[in-house]
Design a binder for this molecule. Structure first.
Ligand code: C2E
Ligand code: MG
Ligand code: MG
Length: 702
């Protein structure tokens, strides 16, 4: 078989007698298919192999142009993959041994060569070369693999000394293969426990001792040669020889800092609010429970502050969410700076924050913190080019007085916060058991509201709107009134938000619109025409997709001239989703329905939108009108709105005019229209009809 592999044999021999002898031996040994070439020097052979295929070379080590190992090296370099058998003289057997080290596969000693020995040497050389090549390839493949995997690999022998490091291991330990080789594993692969910082026993010894794959304990750090520490994960397996005896170990490890950072980050984000970075509801609950356990042991109190911003929705709606988000971040910082490091400020979502004060001696301490937080929040927040002012309301609950667990305490602080809001903004309120009664009450309002329409408990009152130049009643604002069967009158400021919350505002608003239009038509038919009837539209109604259809249906049904209808919308309603707002307003304008901006000045209007939207009137909020009498120096808003209205060609209506002084001021500044108790309170239809018939006394206006 192997003989077939030798198709071309090259003999490098300067002695013609020896050469002849060899050739004869070959011929006699069945190498019939083999071509024999013969050169007399290494240089000649080099030339030959450069151009011809050769399957085996016999090389005499005493040639004229190269002797000994030199000759071996040159031939190996010229024909690196060709098996080589060297020929030496009998007294130089050590040279032959060296030749094997340098690249020859076998040797023969001249004078002791007989045909069988020669053949054996050839065969041996061929087989050995094949094996060497295979081994080389195998080793190469292993090496490339080891260097291209992402894991670090270190091999050690049975005494724990390093025999190999791949590239990743070099990088991670900061030891090069050459420097590390022969050193002890403990020196190159130093591991400590991340928490205790104690040196961890080298796992290779364990793997060798137990003769199985082992792992490092969790939470290990590899200390690099320069002292830098990296978290790693590893496995160590014993290496066996052919007999199955353990001769060393291979350790495979990887840098888990990224994975660990990610896990930490995930754990963090599961417990923290993404916007402010504050603990979230989940983490707060944990902390409250911990604080309760601690307070119980030390006989202390725990306080919870539930903080909600006043009118945050306005800011979000008018200035947009990005500004709203930045404001929340600013508030978060503010609150954190007010508390002690042991306190937990958390965000519940939206504009709600809950602050945990652990180990409080008395409730008053919590009140001081609450007051401090209210003040801090109320300071100006610069967000981009905006300087925003916002206030908050805080409800407080105390452990153990107001609850024994996190859930109850948070719920009660929330209830107290609502109470604080109802008492006026920027205040705090301690929880009182009676407050739950109020929460129940709110719910009962909702239940009664559901029945109010069918039981006809609603009525409309009309407040005249007066032209300040002529003194004529040019319009009326329809204002809803609810008489609860047991409670009596409930103010719209109280039930409209509840109706909005539960969606009941849609049927109620539709009823108001129909009722007001019907009434306006009735007066017209009675010879008491009004230029406009104004109806308040809540945000929920305006955003309802059937809103326009509803308006047009009512106009058609009642026969009211669309130009006589004026819809009052607040600024925040207009500023939200400006695209759809614009198109709704355009449709209204096309049919003649008028639009007034209600409570103008209390929201955050963008003036450019005011210019863009088809709007007919601005209603100055009564809080600004009130300034005319209470703060005569701060009337700039009123005058600014009047002059702005004039330049945008909008009617300006002053709301809530109560005194002669206010009226005089508005007249002096040429405000177009006004309404308020000074002229008339909102009236039932019959009373209003009388007023329409008689008109507002001219003396009032002069
Ligand atoms: P608004 O649209 O700004 O209505 C003006 C409010 O000021 C009315 O309160 C009116 O009674 C009150 N008012 C008028 N003149 C004076 C005055 O000289 N001094 C004072 N202090 N107050 C004056 P009301 O009727 O309690 O309504 C409160 C709010 O409830 C209204 O504010 C409006 O936003 C809403 N509302 C009333 N009726 C409806 C309705 O039918 N639908 C909707 N969606 N909202 C309504
Ligand atoms: Mg109004
Ligand atoms: Mg108003």
């Amino acid at each position: 078989m192997w003989k077939k592999l030798i198709k071309n044999l090259l003999l490098i021999e300067d002695n013609p007698g020896d050469a002849r002898l060899f050739l004869e031996m070959f011929k006699g040994e069945g190498l019939n298919n083999t071509e024999f070439r013969h050169t007399e020097s290494v240089s000649e052979a080099e030339k030959y192999v450069a151009e011809h295929a050769v399957d085996i070379i016999l090389l005499d080590l005493g040639l004229p142009d190269a002797q000994g190992l030199e000759a071996v090296r040159r031939v190996c370099a010229a024909a690196p993959h060709v098996p080589l058998v060297v020929l030496t003289v009998s007294d130089d057997e050590s040279l032959a041994a060296q030749a094997l080290q340098v690249g020859a596969q076998d040797y023969l000693i001249k004078g002791h060569i007989e045909a069988r020995g020669l053949l054996r040497a050839l065969r041996h050389a061929v087989e050995r070369k094949i094996m060497e090549e295979a081994l080389f390839l195998e080793k190469e493949r292993a090496l490339v693999t080891l260097n291209s995997i992402g894991d670090a690999v270190i091999c050690a022998n049975i005494s724990g000394n390093i025999t190999y490091l791949n590239l990743v291991a070099e990088r991670m330990t900061n030891w090069s293969h050459e420097e590390a080789e022969g050193r002890s594993m403990a020196e190159v692969f130093r591991i400590i426990d991340a928490t205790s910082r104690a040196t961890v026993a080298n796992p290779t010894e364990l793997a060798v001792r137990k003769n199985r794959t082992v792992h490092l304990p969790l939470n290990c750090l590899l200390v690099q040669r320069d002292g830098i520490e990296i978290p790693i994960e590893d496995s160590v397996s014993p290496i066996h020889n052919r007999e199955g005896t353990v001769i060393g170990a291979v350790i495979v490890f990887r840098d888990v800092s990224v994975a660990q950072a990610m896990a930490l980050e995930m754990a963090h984000s599961a417990q923290h609010d993404f916007l402010t970075g504050l603990p979230n509801r989940m983490l707060l609950n944990d902390r409250v429970s911990q604080a309760i356990a601690l307070a119980q042991r030390h006989l202390k109190k725990v306080a919870l502050l539930f903080l909600d911003l006043d009118g945050f929705k306005h800011i979000n709606d008018s200035l947009g969410h990005p500004i709203g988000d930045k404001l929340l971040q600013s508030i978060a910082k503010c609150l954190v700076s007010c508390g002690r490091s042991s306190d937990t400020v958390s965000r519940q979502g939206g504009d709600e924050f809950v602050v945990l004060l652990s180990e409080v001696d008395q409730a008053d301490d919590a009140a001081i913190t609450a007051q401090r937080m209210l003040q801090a929040v109320a300071e100006a927040h610069s967000i981009g080019q905006h300087v925003l002012h916002v206030t908050a309301s805080i409800g407080l609950s105390i452990y153990p007085d107001d609850g024994l667990d996190a859930e109850t305490l948070i719920k009660n602080a929330d209830t107290a916060m609502y109470q604080a809001k109802e008492n006026g903004h920027q205040s705090y309120k301690f929880f009182m058991p009676a407050m739950n009664v109020r929460a129940v009450e709110r719910q009962s309002i909702e239940e009664s509201l559901r029945r109010a329409l069918e039981r006809q408990e609603f009525a409309l009152q009309y407040q005249p709107i007066i032209n300040l130049r002529t003194g004529e009643i040019t319009g009326a604002e329809a204002l809803i009134r609810w008489t609860h069967p047991t409670r009596g009158p409930v103010s719209p400021a109280q039930f409209i938000p509840t109706a909005e919350d539960c969606g009941l505002i849609l049927p109620i608003g539709n009823w108001v619109l129909r009722e007001a239009c019907k009434q306006a038509q009735a007066w017209r038919h009675a010879g008491l025409p009004l230029a406009t009837i104004a109806v308040n539209i809540s945000a929920i109604e305006f955003r309802d997709e059937r809103f326009l259809d509803g308006v047009f249906a009512v106009l058609k049904e009642t026969g009211l001239d669309p130009r006589s209808l004026e819809l009052e919308l607040t600024e925040s309603v207009l500023m939200k989703r400006v695209d759809s707002t614009g198109s709704i307003l355009k449709t209204l304008r096309a049919t003649g329905v008028q639009v007034a901006v209600d409570d103008f000045g209390t929201g955050y209007s963008s003036l450019s939108y005011l210019r863009k939207f088809p709007i007919d009137a601005l209603k100055i909020d009564q809080s600004f009108v009130r300034q005319i009498t209470t703060a005569p120096d701060e009337t700039t808003i009123v005058t600014a709105v009047i002059s702005m209205g004039r330049s945008l060609k909008l009617r300006v209506v002053a709301e809530g005019v109560e005194t002669q002084e206010e009226l005089a001021f508005l007249q002096a500044h040429q405000c177009d229209e006004a309404q308020g108790y000074f002229f008339s309170r909102p009236l039932l239809p019959e009373q209003f009809a009388k007023l329409l018939a008689t008109g507002i006394s001219q003396t009032v206006l002069s």
